[in-house]
Write a protein that binds this ligand. Structure first.
Ligand code: UDP
Length: 256
């Protein structure tokens, strides 16, 4: 798969449909190790500037999808256009659709207590019996500085006993990427995706931006207005655009 690197974060240049096809193939045929999907948005690419471990982890993901409109603009400005925005949420829904069609099992990990349970109930209603288990994201584990804690070990054992094909990990960035890097290969599953607030949206607790905002590339604005606390992270967006506009030419480059 062709890759474009933005600020040294290497992103697959794929359409939603191509990403879906690749996922479908991998689930059908299996492969070595666990297939890891990361979905960095513009903020996460900026976080990678100051967090080389996060960057290293994302760069070795099996598939890295451009979840932020800023990444698409940056790639166009530098004339190495990414085909389209492919969000973690849409990719997760595609995975649920494939799971429903093929009978794969999904485990949900992440979100506040009660949220993954609510998301499971909604998924069951819409996609059928594809959820084999869920776990909230506030257990003692690697993501909050308790690596290999017994609570985390028990959770991993439970996940493996349930034999999911797919694990959703929604612990926010950079926790989810680091958790997947640390534990991915302990999971007896075919595919894992770090998908941020997807479980919150599936639970119905958080609304995704209406299509109107998405079409205009203004999902970030909708999120900011609905949750002004995000300003702390979203302040990175204009900084990102300035770096792209005035930074070195190879701030965006082709990885072929
Ligand atoms: N989350 C979690 N465990 C944690 C921290 C966060 O399960 O230790 C969940 C949180 O409940 C939310 C998701 O991760 O569902 C995204 O979290 P946050 O809003 O902090 O991340 P962001 O959306 O800013 O990346």
């Amino acid at each position: 798969m062709n890759k474009i690197s933005i600020m040294d974060v290497s992103i697959n240049n794929v359409t939603k449909a191509e990403a879906g096809e690749k996922i479908r193939n991998r689930l059908e045929k299996g492969g070595d190790g666990i297939f890891t999907i990361f979905t960095p948005n513009t903020e996460i690419v900026m976080l990678c500037n100051d967090d080389s471990e996060l960057k290293r982890i994302i760069n070795k993901g099996s598939m890295v999808l451009p979840d932020g409109i800023g990444l698409i603009y940056a790639s166009r400005i530098k004339r190495l256009p990414l085909k389209e925005r492919v969000t973690g949420f849409d990719t997760s829904v595609e995975i649920l659709t494939i799971a429903a069609e093929k009978g794969y099992k999904v485990f949900l990990l992440g979100g506040a207590p009660g949220v993954a349970e609510k998301a499971s109930a909604n998924i069951r209603k819409k996609f059928g019996d594809i959820i084999c288990g869920y776990q909230h994201g506030y257990f003692k584990g690697q993501h909050i500085g308790h690596a290999d804690h017994q609570e985390e070990r028990a959770i991993i054992n439970r996940i493996n006993d349930l034999k999911p094909d797919i694990v959703f990990v929604g612990l926010g960035s950079p926790k989810q990427e680091k958790w997947i890097d640390y534990h991915g290969n302990n999971l007896n599953a075919n595919l894992v995706i770090g998908n941020g607030g997807t479980i919150d949206v599936l639970s119905g607790n958080v609304k995704r931006a209406p299509q109107f905002y998405q079409n205009l590339g203004l999902e970030w604005l909708y999120r900011l207005v609905s949750d002004p606390k995000r300003i702390k992270r979203q302040i990175l967006l204009p900084v990102f655009m300035l770096k792209i506009l005035f930074g070195p030419k190879d701030i965006v480059k082709s990885n072929n």
